[in-house]
Ligand binder design. Structure first.
Ligand code: SF4
Ligand code: SF4
Length: 256
């Protein structure tokens, strides 16, 4: 039996790939992006998150918190347990939807991810993965229907500074996915204080015929409450204005 650590399972998601999807957030990521909107998915182990505004001061912490003030993020699950959740919405997936494996970095739990894909495929479910592309696993990518991957910053020094890793391997993995002709939706997060090289990223991606779409994702402080609940300092970044995003529109593209 293969187990993994799952941070969350979101049903009826319409933001994690085409159609209606179930998104499985696997815990653990080797990157440390300064703006991470899923900071609870970076650590590989389960973590306690504390929301003081929900605490009713009952003093029963040792028995488990029923008010939602203290929650554990991350629990060990079997492949069967996860797939059971995925199958609950199978009737709503239609021809576009399915399951998206996200995180964290889902390829960090390689064996678990591979077994989950196999089990979903057996049920005829479309499988997508959201990945930083820091890892490359040919066996996994061969059986996935769609890869959603970020090229976050073009300059390697800045990439290292803001994510903790070089982007050399990530660029190489984009090229390898192209050689394998695996459909990719590429994205770049837009953080006014950090973003760099969007023009170069767009040019790089245009040369890869497997890239179906290049999207820009404006920074959103979705992770703020979660950072606070984990005891992490606020990231302090700002949401790009509509005007700022409009100025970047010329770099996005979509292919049929
Ligand atoms: S159990 Fe929850 S609500 Fe009660 S004191 Fe502990 S954190 Fe607060
Ligand atoms: S790759 Fe994704 S999950 Fe990992 S730190 Fe960056 S934004 Fe967070």
């Amino acid at each position: 039996m293969i187990n993994g650590i799952v941070a969350d399972i979101q049903r009826a998601s319409v933001h994690d790939g085409p159609g209606i999807r179930t998104t499985i957030f696997l815990k653990g990521c080797p990157l440390h992006c300064a703006w991470c909107h899923n900071p609870e998915c970076i650590d590989f182990e389960p973590q306690t998150m504390y929301y003081p505004e929900k605490c009713i001061g009952c003093g029963l912490c040792n028995e488990g918190c029923f008010s939602g003030a203290k929650v554990i993020c991350g629990r060990e699950m079997t492949v069967e347990e996860v797939v059971k959740q995925v199958l609950l919405d199978k009737d709503y997936y239609g021809t576009d939807g399915g399951v998206t494996f996200s995180g964290g970095e889902p390829l960090a739990q390689r064996e678990f991810l591979s077994a989950l894909i196999d089990a979903c495929k057996e049920q005829g479910i479309h499988c997508a993965v959201e990945t930083s592309l820091i890892y490359f696993n040919e066996e996994i990518f061969r059986k996935i229907d769609l890869v959603m991957a970020d090229l976050k910053i073009w300059d390697d020094k800045l990439h290292k500074k803001y994510t903790g890793v070089s982007n050399g391997a990530i660029k190489e993995h984009f090229r390898k996915l192209n050689e394998m002709n695996i459909p990719v939706i590429a994205r770049t997060p837009v953080i006014p204080e950090i973003s760099q090289g969007i023009e170069q990223i767009s040019e790089f991606l245009k040369k890869l015929s497997n890239v179906r779409k290049y999207e820009l994702l404006p920074y959103h402080p979705l992770g703020s409450a979660k950072r606070e609940a984990l005891g992490i300092e606020p990231d302090g970044f700002t949401i790009p204005s509509a005007e700022y995003m409009k100025g970047l529109e010329k770099y996005v593209f979509i292919r049929e």
